[in-house]
Design a protein around this ligand. Sequence first.
Ligand SMILES: Nc1ncnc2c1ncn2[C@@H]1O[C@H](COP(=O)(O)OP(=O)(O)OP(=O)(O)O)[C@@H](O)[C@H]1O
Length: 214
Amino acid sequence: MEEYIIEILNFSKKYKDRIVLKDINLKIQKGKCYGFVGINGSGKTILFKAICGLINPSSGYIKVDGKEVGKEVDFPENVGMLIEEPGFLPNYSAFENLKFLADINKKIGKNEIYAALKYVNLNPHDNKSVKKYSLGMKQRLGVAQAIMEDPDILILDEPMNSLDKKGVKLIKEKLLELKEKGKTILLTSHIAEHMEELCDFIYEIDDGNIEIME
Ligand SMILES: Nc1ncnc2c1ncn2[C@@H]1O[C@H](COP(=O)(O)OP(=O)(O)OP(=O)(O)O)[C@@H](O)[C@H]1O
């Protein structure tokens, strides 16, 4: 029997009189990579935020690991996310930023943070403040923050944004490695080639509806 780690059931999201997502139904299998494409403003980020418990549905519901988000659990456990530009503290180093976030859940310590920074090719001992980081370095730091607690589900909105060729290659390799390890990955990208290389399934969001792309 297939195991669904995320279930989206009759999910709709409205803002005033604008329906962003209409009656979406989608079941996500464990250990697969799902890509979401759609024009700017089609609702990809809204869908990701709803899965992470950052916004409530107007109707319908989302279950992560069998638990309804917003009812049985506020923020699903075991989810690492990179949604929009992460708000790092500009005057602190990469390590200090991740330590600050890690102290919220208290799941990991110094060594796991060092390992996450190394994983995305950032120097864990770099004392430079994050405000001096390039866009690409900040993006890598965002990916490090998403993976540092070794979550089973990764929700990554444009993880390859602002990365140079080498950075894109690195993140792609890491995502494939994480998939090999059984992680479930949901991601968006405006670059079709990235999606084809990484994803088992690609869905298009258009006019509030979601459809699998052949
Ligand atoms: N808080 C909000 N209030 C009202 N409308 C919102 C709010 N948040 C998002 N929207 C609207 O919902 C729609 C979907 O936005 P969303 O950010 O999910 O798009 P997206 O597909 O991620 O776009 P992009 O490719 O540009 O990242 C947009 O029309 C946006 O204006």
